[in-house]
Design a protein around this ligand. Structure first.
Ligand code: GLN
Length: 307
């Protein structure tokens, strides 16, 4: 089956899944999204791009942005960053704070909210305009100078910031959070509110399959070694407490967001992005997971399969 036929088939099946999940409602602005949408984009290592459905409809990337902030923080802090944030799977929900107390304020990994907040805190220490840096970086990586951060979404999340604020304050009490909590939360919510589509995301994340070099801009983003580290962390923690299930069913590094997007990459082969707003109980897109499982099966792409 050709790649295009495969994507078309997956896309045709997506509507049969409508109603089995639920759009994120804890951020009121996200609740207004029409749940019955599906898009997929696949960028191959040779530069070929395949799309189906609403691959060019923008959505709130939410936690997918945690990979971008980690990328920026690693560029600035290198290995030192791992003194403040761990590299182990959490086995807990993305917004859980229980582990913070018995791990003395050091989050288990950079993809749960607590970890992403420390990463943003680290960025703020070395950058007076992190939001500007994030926006210009993403625009260049994705090849679209008009990408925006949706102010309505970030403001809506700021109004409901209690849980994320609690994590930041708890980490501050252990000395692992240095900037102004409110400023860090604002920056984090603005990163999460980046509004992008599947095509822009496969381009922006092409460095994950290409040893740290963005295929869109030709620019080196991270060293091959740092990229390998990010891919390993995405495999073990990118889908939070469902990372094991994703490794077994799909077998690729991936990152989900509560906007319904999931980005995945098979190093040396392809980067993929799917989007559909209905989420399962772990906060991962129902149709997105279905799509990636079909794709991985059909392309025999699980990284655990070998040749
Ligand atoms: N902005 C969301 C939050 O902090 C991101 C969560 C997610 O996409 N998993 O809760």
């Amino acid at each position: 089956m050709s790649h295009q036929t495969l994507l078309d088939r997956i896309c045709q099946h997506a509507p049969s899944l409508w109603g089995s999940g639920k759009v994120a409602d804890y951020i009121p602005a996200l609740q207004r999204v029409n749940p019955q949408q599906f898009g997929i984009a696949l960028l191959m290592a040779d530069g070929q791009l395949y799309t189906a459905g609403q691959a060019r409809t923008g959505f709130s990337i939410q936690s997918i942005s945690k990979v971008l902030s980690l990328m920026l923080a690693l560029q600035r802090h290198g290995e030192q960053l791992w003194q403040r944030v761990g590299i182990e799977p959490s086995g807990t929900a993305f917004n859980s704070l229980v582990q913070l107390e018995y791990e003395q304020g050091k989050p288990r990994n950079p993809f749960i909210n607590a970890g992403a907040l420390v990463v943003v805190d680290a960025l703020l220490a070395r950058n007076a305009m992190p939001v500007h840096t994030m926006l210009t970086t993403v625009r260049r990586l994705a090849g679209n100078p008009s990408i925006i951060m949706d102010e309505a979404v970030s403001e809506s999340e700021y109004q409901h910031r209690e849980r994320n604020a609690a994590m930041a304050w708890l980490m501050k009490s252990y000395g692992n959070f240095h900037s102004d909590v409110d400023a860090a939360l604002r920056a984090y919510f603005q990163f999460c509110a980046l509004h992008m589509n599947c095509v822009e995301l496969v381009r922006a994340f092409s460095f994950l399959m290409n040893q740290g070099v963005c295929m869109q801009s030709g620019q080196r983003i991270l060293s091959a070694r740092q990229t390998q580290q990010i891919n390993a962390l995405l495999l073990t923690s990118g889908l939070y407490d469902a990372a094991g299930d994703f490794a077994v069913r799909v077998g690729m590094p991936g990152k989900s967001g509560v906007g319904g997007g999931i980005v995945g990459a098979v190093p040396g082969k392809f980067t993929v992005c799917v989007w559909s707003p209905e989420l399962n109980e772990y906060g991962n897109s129902v149709a997105g997971l279905y799509a990636l499982e079909q794709l991985a099966d059909e392309l025999n792409s699980s990284i655990f399969r070998g040749l």
